[in-house]
Design a protein around this ligand. Structure first.
Ligand code: ATP
Ligand code: MG
Length: 433
């Protein structure tokens, strides 16, 4: 094949044979989010570049190295969203949602775009599911949000994802911490990478997030933020931990978690899986009390998290693989001769209206080839319709797994009779939502 185009490096197609897995996961995520009182928000795939520069932060890897930024014909700089939080916060402000009953709770599914080196668990286009809360300052909000992420993993039968939490305090605590970090890292100016050197003056905390092994080793000996928390931040962090313990969520405190984005304050957390290799953070989040103000709104405490869906799918495949066969077909009506075609179309439509999946031949194959196709797509039942069946108004319905056949009437009660047969045989029926 001489294809004229191929998929872009770092992107993936989700094919019809696999998409049911995504649908199962998406349903689990949205059901869980709804049970916590969240509603879906959908925002555009591109935004003004300055939204991310301000909202994600100039000092971050995302803004410095990873954004897909382009100029429009009108000369405006736009960027494909690298994450979901900034766009959702912009919408919160632009539509005056701060006037609604607070807290506002929103969840989202988005594609994200980051120019990174593609590898397992790291793509240039990837998917995130996120949950955001606006207008809640109480540590119970942090604990509840972490519970939501935790119960998502429970719902998906993933019990080996560990939770690490930390507090990165408020800007006041961080002033003192930054000074201590600067002093510490200044001893290593010959060995830190160039990017970290540029961070040393303005944002030394970002050095803790550097992926370079040398910088990582140096960072391991750096002062810990938890030793610099002011009384109120310290109290907030203690309460989050108390609430998590009280709700049975296991966690460890990891003082080196600072998160990759600039807008975080106080609580930060990551859910990590040891079964998917180096890109092991499945979910990252925290409190970002500074963001709404940074974007031009009134100070509004807020918090959220995002789950990387590709990494989540990898964990599921490792730990709790999908067992459901994709129910692409439950009934296949094969036809012989032109008379049967119109009747078959009517019958499959009746079954579809009743909420079940049905196929008939739409490519004009011979009977043998039709049955081969029905087998390939995993039909659970089949019926062959020819002149004889049309004349008598009766046909045989065959259970493709057991080979057992039963008679079924082709009259008005066809769909109901079919469903009764399927139910009585306790077949695992794919019923559409
Ligand atoms: P990492 O340290 O792995 O680069 P990050 O701190 O940049 O992650 P966030 O911005 O917090 O990640 O995004 C939240 C989640 O989105 C991550 O925990 C991860 O599961 C997922 N994610 C981030 N970048 C990618 C990517 N390039 N490809 C696939 N998933 C990603
Ligand atoms: Mg990253």
């Amino acid at each position: 094949m001489a294809l004229i185009a191929k998929k872009i490096k770092g992107t993936e197609d989700i094919l019809p044979r696999d998409s049911y897995k995504w649908q199962i996961v998406e349903k689990a995520l949205s059901t869980e989010a709804k049970s916590y009182g969240f509603s879906e928000i959908r925002t555009p795939v591109f935004e003004q570049t300055k939204l991310f520069q301000r909202g994600v932060g100039e000092g971050t890897d995302v803004v410095q190295k990873e954004m897909y930024t382009f100029e429009t014909k009108g000369g405006e700089s736009l960027t494909l969203r690298p994450e979901g939080t900034a766009g959702a916060a912009r919408a919160f402000l632009e539509h005056g949602l701060f006037n609604d009953a607070l807290p506002v709770k929103a969840y989202y599914f988005t594609t994200c775009y980051r120019y990174e080196k593609p590898q397992a668990g790291r793509q240039r286009e990837f998917h995130q599911f996120g949950m955001e809360v606006y207008g809640a300052d109480d540590p119970l909000a942090d604990a509840e949000l972490i519970c939501a992420a935790s119960s998502i993993f429970e719902r998906l039968n993933l019990h080996n994802i560990r939770l690490e939490i930390n507090s990165i305090g408020c800007p006041e605590c961080r002033k003192k911490y930054h000074a201590a970090l600067k002093e510490y890292f200044s001893q290593f100016t010959d060995t830190l990478c160039a990017t970290c050197m540029s961070r040393l003056e303005k944002n030394p905390m970002r050095i803790l997030d550097c992926k370079s092994p040398v910088c990582k080793e140096i960072a391991a000996g750096a002062p810990k933020i938890t030793d610099f928390l002011c009384e109120s931040c310290d109290d907030h962090f203690s309460k989050v931990q108390q609430y998590l313990t009280a709700s049975g969520v296991n966690f460890t405190v990891n003082p080196s978690i600072v998160r990759g984005l600039d807008y975080y304050t106080n609580t930060v957390f990551e859910f990590i899986s040891d079964s998917i290799g180096a890109q092991s953070t499945v979910c990252g989040g925290g409190r970002y009390n500074g963001l709404i103000e940074e974007l031009g709104g009134n100070p509004t405490p807020a918090l959220g998290f995002a789950i990387g869906l590709e990494r989540l799918m990898m964990v599921i495949e490792k730990e709790a693989p999908f067992t459901d066969k994709d129910g692409t077909s439950s009934l296949y009506i094969a036809t012989m001769g032109d008379n049967a075609k119109a009747t078959a179309l009517n019958l499959v439509n009746e079954v579809r209206k009743a909420g079940f999946i049905a196929h008939t031949d739409i490519v004009g194959r011979g009977l043998k080839a039709q049955m081969k196709y029905a087998n390939k797509i995993g039909s659970l039942y089949s019926i062959v319709l020819g002149d004889n069946e049309i004349e008598t108004g009766k046909a045989n319905i065959k259970n493709m797994e057991t080979g057992e056949q039963k008679e079924i009437s082709l009259g008005d009660s066809f769909a109901v009779d079919f469903i009764n047969i399927a139910m009585s045989e306790e077949m695992d029926y794919p019923i559409s939502d």
